[in-house]
Design a protein around this ligand. Structure first.
Ligand SMILES: Nc1nc2c(ncn2[C@@H]2O[C@H](COP(=O)(O)OP(=O)(O)OP(=O)(O)O)[C@@H](O)[C@H]2O)c(=O)[nH]1
Ligand SMILES: [Mg+2]
Length: 230
């Protein structure tokens, strides 16, 4: 008989099982030489727009693919397929995050060795996805200029569990009087030293800095290919 409340026990088991699958995935990705990037953010922060642009640019020189999680529709997959990269939708039903086992299932039938990059767009949510390792090499948290500079303080775990903060929709920054200093301070309060990359998927501003960064971090794993098309 344990004194741990039942609900806590179930949650711990779910997370433990997820970590095991994520560990297996990470080792598969490494063996296949595919670099995996996941994206988390609030709904509508611009994940799909940013990913479509990224896939389109990468496609000129690399073999990228994407998995995209959504509660109910496959709209995002349809948008991402415009890049002509392989894309699969994962429909989660009532679940507000992706789990490692869903990634494993979705990858069935794909030859990982034929890919250089795999992107995983998580369900739009600033709470649930933070606890679930998906076996990724790099986790991006997107913060759009339109959602308020205080989000890193209100949802610190999602910022703390990510590697890089991508500031999106910067073409709208002036219109919403975005406070760059406050945003920067709040991100650094949630995750000291966190790298921030400002982008606009609409104008393309910041995309080269993002691709350059991606090249550098991937180069640390596969030093053979490290330049991106302009
Ligand atoms: N002005 C501007 N609008 C953008 C930009 N990026 C995305 N949007 C718009 O913001 C809205 C939401 O963008 P999505 O890419 O669907 O956001 P998302 O994070 O994928 O949304 P969910 O998957 O529903 O969580 C759309 O109307 C986009 O056109 C940008 O850089 N600038
Ligand atoms: Mg989306």
């Amino acid at each position: 008989m344990t004194s741990t409340p039942r609900i806590v026990e179930v949650r711990q088991n779910v997370l433990k099982r997820n970590d095991e699958v994520a560990r297996a995935l990470r080792s598969e990705f490494q063996q296949a030489g595919v670099f995996v990037v996941s994206l988390v953010s609030s709904p509508g922060a611009g994940k799909t727009a940013f990913l479509e642009k990224t896939l389109t640019l990468l496609k000129q020189q690399f073999r990228p693919a994407a998995l995209v999680g959504d509660l109910a529709t496959d709209n995002d997959a349809a948008r991402l397929r415009r890049s002509e990269a392989p894309v699969k939708q994962i429909t989660t039903g009532t679940l507000c995050h992706l789990e490692a086992a869903m990634i494993q299932n979705a990858l069935e039938g794909w030859a990982l060795r034929d890919l250089d990059f795999l992107f995983i767009e998580n369900v739009g949510n600033l709470v649930c996805p933070s606890s679930y390792d998906l076996g990724e090499n790099l986790r991006l948290v997107l913060l759009s200029v339109t959602e308020g500079e205080d989000k890193p303080l209100k949802y610190p775990t999602i910022f703390n569990s990510a590697d890089v903060a991508v500031l999106t929709k910067i073409d709208l920054a002036d219109a919403v009087e975005f406070d760059w200093t406050a945003a920067q301070n709040n991100i650094q309060a949630a995750r000291p030293g966190m790298r921030m990359i400002p982008v606009s998927s609409k104008t393309g501003e910041g995309m080269q800095e993002w691709l350059q960064f991606l090249s550098e971090v991937r180069g640390a794993i596969r030093p053979d290919e490290s330049s991106f098309p302009a």
